[in-house]
Design a protein around this ligand. Structure first.
Ligand SMILES: Cc1cc2nc3c(=O)[nH]c(=O)nc-3n(C[C@H](O)[C@H](O)[C@H](O)COP(=O)(O)O)c2cc1C
Length: 193
């Protein structure tokens, strides 16, 4: 299904999408390349409040993270080369000069970092598919998340593009790029309405 923009944009923004058909082949260099791209995202006062817990295919951590996903996501994400749990700090890291303070905008910054990761994956010919469908308590336990100061934002399935024929039938039917709301619905001039 082709995508069209209402205004000219760089091709990567239309060509990147979120397939569920994955091939788990993923090199350590590719994984690190995507995480490195995320590291260079902009953030409020350069706080860089994103943190990642990486579970590679074949490691015990992979099974633990997979088990915390909702069944809908387990059905396809088990073919990922890595599951990356993307977290953001809700409080700053204290230093001798600056005590810890709340970071109310950290999820916005972590979202920017996720998009950098996704676009880097796309540039490498890889798939990065975000998932909000997980059981928060189970996932926190699986990755030994501290009791406070950090939240889980999403889990990112990373891998090579796979064969849609290997997906369950209902997911195979959804394996195509989707569209977007009209530009005018999202962008207003001067006033909300
Ligand atoms: C924070 C976030 C959570 C998402 N959660 C899920 C999910 O649990 N399962 C899933 O299959 N896709 C999930 N997605 C993928 C979105 O459905 C997808 O990005 C959206 O439909 C736009 O499609 P595109 O990424 O192909 O352009 C999520 C995406 C984001 C950014």
């Amino acid at each position: 299904m082709p995508r069209y923009s209402e205004h000219p944009i760089a091709p990567q923004f239309l060509q990147r999408w979120s397939p569920r058909a994955l091939n788990p082949t993923l090199s350590e260099a590719e994984l690190r390349c995507c995480l490195e791209a995320a590291r260079w995202a902009p953030s409020s006062s350069n706080t860089q409040p994103w943190r990642y817990v990486v579970a590679r295919q074949g490691e015990p951590a992979f099974g633990a993270v997979l088990a915390a996903l909702l069944p809908f996501n387990q059905a396809w994400a088990h073919r990922a080369g890595a599951l990356v749990v993307a977290c953001s700090l809700t409080e700053s890291v204290p230093t001798p000069e600056h005590p810890s303070k709340p970071l109310p905008g950290s999820a916005f910054d972590a979202g920017a970092a996720w998009m950098s990761l996704a676009l880097q994956a796309h540039a490498l010919g890889l798939v990065a598919h975000a998932m909000g469908g997980f059981t928060r308590e189970a996932l926190a336990q699986a990755i030994a998340l501290p009791a406070q100061g950090v939240r889980i934002d999403c889990v990112i399935a990373l891998g090579r593009p796979g064969d849609p024929a290997e997906l369950p039938e209902d997911l195979r039917a959804r394996e195509h790029p989707n569209g977007r709301r009209p530009f005018a619905e999202l962008v207003k001039d001067g006033r909300w309405a």
